[in-house]
Design a protein around this ligand. Structure first.
Ligand SMILES: Nc1ncnc2c1ncn2[C@@H]1O[C@H](COP(=O)(O)OP(=O)(O)OP(=O)(O)O)[C@@H](O)[C@H]1O
Ligand SMILES: [Mg+2]
Length: 386
């Protein structure tokens, strides 16, 4: 596969570029910035050693190269101390722009990102969107292996996904000393995969993992910090009904979810496919929010009485409610949640994504083939517009 154009755009000021491993950060940077840049890759053991020992070396490098206006520091989380120096340089030298990439915000959280708040934008790179892949987008493949560039581009996606998870466990969790017992954490990963696309019940997970509830909470926050998972809050704006208060959990990618989810003879493949389908839609909405700009956010909706909508995108540009169903037919009960939502929020755009082949309007709800929805979703346009 040739190198694909990404929707991600340089914001024109210094910025952090975060994204899970293998989302194409380095590839994008190398394509976008070809000259007049200083490139520091902290994955190089030698540079890692030099900058850990003496972060001020960055000053000397910049002063020695006055013709270079952009400084890229790849894998900034490896040497968080560098952020102090970056901060000082931004304050004193208005001509230099920094691009700081990372695949984990765990160590940067308390110190770095806050320190640079207001001086550097916080940007994210996501898995491929269908429209970035164009003709190379294959819906079945995406459902099976997800949309991580590293995996989508691979000759052997299953093997790549397995290696990917092992790498996260070893390098991001174990070597960084994030947990005391890596065995407990691996078991937790397997168990939480059953909650993918569902509301989290930490007590239940703790019981199944044989660890305390506090440990589960800390494990979940690790997953979020190393960018492997997202939690969606309930949409509560102007609420007219009693809503539940728990958050919904998703791995960042359907392929990663499937790799972690054990599937034995008693597991329904149809059920797992359904969750993977939702996951793919979630990934696209996250990416759309990030590249579209303007701080739109992703939620879900569920009332205490059990009415539910899978996704709500809300922000200055949109109020869109989306229900996803892994089925070729639409039964009237399938639209119940969206109808209730529409009653409470008459201005909302309501979309029902299914596996059939036609676009249909039912009770003011546009029912759309999921595949078509994904292929037409682009950051420059609204959700479900074309
Ligand atoms: N734009 C693209 N088009 C096609 N394939 C891509 C693209 N970007 C990334 N890939 C594929 O994904 C692989 C990983 O990309 P890259 O190394 O840029 O990710 P990264 O986000 O920098 O990961 P890490 O956090 O591990 O450094 C590439 O080797 C390539 O196979
Ligand atoms: Mg990289």
């Amino acid at each position: 596969m040739e190198v694909k154009k990404r929707y991600f755009r340089d914001p024109g000021i210094s910025y952090f570029l975060f994204g899970p491993r293998g989302t194409g950060k380095s590839t994008w940077l190398k394509m976008r910035y070809t000259k007049d840049v200083l490139y520091i890759d902290l994955l190089s053991p030698e540079l890692f050693r030099l900058y850990t020992a003496r972060p001020e070396r960055l000053n000397e490098l910049i002063e020695g190269n006055p013709d270079k206006g952009i400084v890229i520091i790849d894998e900034i989380q490896k040497v968080p101390m560098l952020l102090d120096v970056v901060h000082q340089i931004i304050e004193s030298n208005k001509d230099i722009r920094f691009i700081l990439t990372g695949s984990s915000s765990r160590k940067l959280k308390r110190t770095g990102i806050d320190l640079l708040a207001g001086r550097a934008a916080y940007k994210t790179l996501h898995t491929f969107m269908a429209s970035e892949l164009g003709d190379d987008f294959n819906f079945e493949k995406a459902l099976r292996f997800g949309l991580l560039p590293l995996v989508y581009d691979s000759e052997n996606p299953t093997e790549t996904l397995n290696a990917y998870i092992a790498l996260y466990l070893n390098e991001e969790v174990k070597m960084e000393g994030l947990v005391r017992n890596i065995g407990d954490f691996s078991r937790f990963l397997e168990i939480i995969s059953f909650s993918n696309g569902s509301v989290l019940n930490n007590t239940e997970i703790a019981r199944e993992c044989h660890v305390g509830r506090k440990a589960v909470e800390s494990y979940i926050s690790i997953l979020e910090d190393i960018l492997l998972a997202h939690k969606l809050p309930v949409f509560t704006k102007r609420a007219k009904r009693q809503l539940i208060s728990h958050q919904k959990f998703y791995f960042f990618d359907a392929g990663v979810f499937r790799t972690l989810r054990p599937a034995g003879p008693l597991d329904s493949p149809h059920e797992i496919d359904g969750v993977a389908l939702e996951n793919i839609v979630m990934q696209h909405l996250m990416a759309w929010n990030a590249y579209h700009g303007n701080d739109n956010k992703l939620y879900f909706w569920r009332t205490k009485a059990g009415l539910e909508v899978d996704f709500v995108v809300y922000g200055p540009d949109t109020l869109t409610a989306i229900e996803v169903k892994n089925s070729r037919n639409i039964r009237s009960g399938d639209l119940k949640g969206l109808k209730a939502f529409k009653k409470d929020y008459s201005e909302a755009k309501c979309l029902f994504l299914y596996r059939g082949e036609e676009k249909l309007m039912k009770n003011g709800i546009l029912c759309m083939p999921c595949n078509l929805f994904l292929q037409n979703l682009v950051p420059d346009e609204g959700i479900g517009e074309s």
